[in-house]
Design a binder for this molecule. Structure first.
Ligand SMILES: [Zn+2]
Length: 387
């Protein structure tokens, strides 16, 4: 037996207006300064006021939130005791919202004990709304929350079926004013979510359909929306695509690019999307042996014409690298300004952490520590893997 799970999703023009009908007394918005300065906190608060809901704002969610950061947020949350938690922003704000919510409902639980196998019994005090302002991470549709353990230089990959928001609002007017670097990083994250959802060992018929659709939307609309945020059609399609890819990977799984990205991102403080994207083409080359047909199906779905499976996957990897180049996404670790001497010193740590990541265990081809070492090394200066 398996499950498919999704939040209730309001999408399309003026989707935010559903907030007017929210029933409750107090809402706690988890967001960051940038989102606040873009005016989105006011927009959301005004709708909530129409619903006669009192609002308090925590606008200090860090990018890639740390344990200390969510602890601080949860303290304020406990004092305020709301019946709604609203994650407003990119993946970091939404992940922070999920975790402060757990700490509010279950102050007795240790973060490291959270897993899909543990019943948390959430929703006794509050429910969760997620409102993405970037198009990428899919946190609004997922059961995952990633928190940074600064002391251990570790990304904690927390997951629970109870983390799916009660309501997600995918309103296409929100992803405006996103810095281009962030749009590039999060857009790549979206594509990786779609592709890894389609090839990993937990793939299933339900997630397959969503993974393919979101990959198609990405290849059709991403560059258009990236180059012109006023292209409303492209922006709306990409915003939907990000949520669809989020549903795909959280009802399936991710893969080794995410395992490596989490390990590398924590060690070198690189934003999630960029840290993962740099390993993505290599992960496909590496996974080809076990999942060549599946990658070729994605290639075909996005309109790549090729004869043999090998040729289709080669062209898919080329297409991904071409997009990364166009949006200035680094293709190698070296391009990020990291020196080999610093990187090589941390190789053992990078390998060890990626190896034990759940995202590695479910990859179509589980990477051994030797293979991870090779992958990390290839990705440093961009040698392609001969598959
Ligand atoms: Zn991701």
């Amino acid at each position: 037996m398996w499950w498919f799970q999704s939040p209730k999703i309001a999408f399309g023009e003026d989707a935010l207006e559903v907030l007017k009908d929210l029933e409750g007394k107090k809402a706690f918005i988890v967001t960051d300064n940038t989102i606040r300065s873009l005016g989105y906190v006011d927009i959301v608060s005004n709708y909530l006021k129409e619903a006669e809901i009192d609002v308090r704002v925590f606008d200090e969610a860090e990018s890639e939130p740390s344990i200390e950061n969510v602890m601080e947020g949860s303290k304020l949350l406990r004092e305020y005791a709301p019946d709604w938690i609203i994650g407003l922003g990119g993946g970091s704000c939404m992940d922070a919202a999920k975790v402060v919510w757990v700490l509010y409902e279950r102050p007795d639980i240790k973060l490291e004990d959270i897993s899909p196998l543990v019943e948390l019994g959430l929703r006794k005090k509050a429910r969760l709304v997620c409102i993405p302002t970037t198009s990428g991470t899919g946190s609004e549709a997922s059961w995952a929350a990633v928190i940074t353990d600064k002391k251990e230089h570790l990304k904690m990959e927390l997951a629970s079926r109870e983390f799916y928001p009660d309501l997600s609002i995918v309103d296409p007017k929100l992803p405006v004013g996103v810095p281009r670097k962030v749009a590039a990083d999060t857009g790549m994250d979206m594509l990786i979510n779609a592709v890894e959802a389609y090839v990993n060992q937990w793939k299933n018929d339900f997630s397959d359909a969503l993974a393919i659709k979101s990959a198609q939307l990405f290849f059709k609309y991403f560059l258009r929306s990236y180059e012109n945020e006023n292209d409303q059609e492209a922006r709306e399609k990409m915003h939907n695509a990000a949520t669809i890819a989020g549903l795909a990977f959280s009802n399936s799984q991710a893969g080794v690019a995410h395992a490596m990205g989490h390990s590398f991102g924590a060690a070198f403080k690189i934003p999630h999307g960029r840290a993962t994207a740099v390993f993505f083409p290599y992960s496909i080359e590496f996974g080809f042996k076990e999942a060549g047909e599946r990658y070729a199906e994605i290639a075909k779905a996005i309109g790549i014409e090729a004869g043999a499976v090998h040729e289709a996957v080669r062209k898919l990897v080329d297409a991904i690298r071409a997009i990364m180049k166009k949006i200035g996404e680094p293709l190698t670790v070296k391009e990020m300004g990291i020196k080999w001497i610093d990187y090589s010193q941390k190789l053992d740590e990078l390998v060890a952490k990626a190896e034990v990541s759940t995202c590695n265990f479910v990859n179509p081809r589980v990477a051994s520590s030797e293979e991870l070492r090779e992958l990390f090394t290839y990705a440093f200066d961009g040698r392609t893997i001969d598959f």
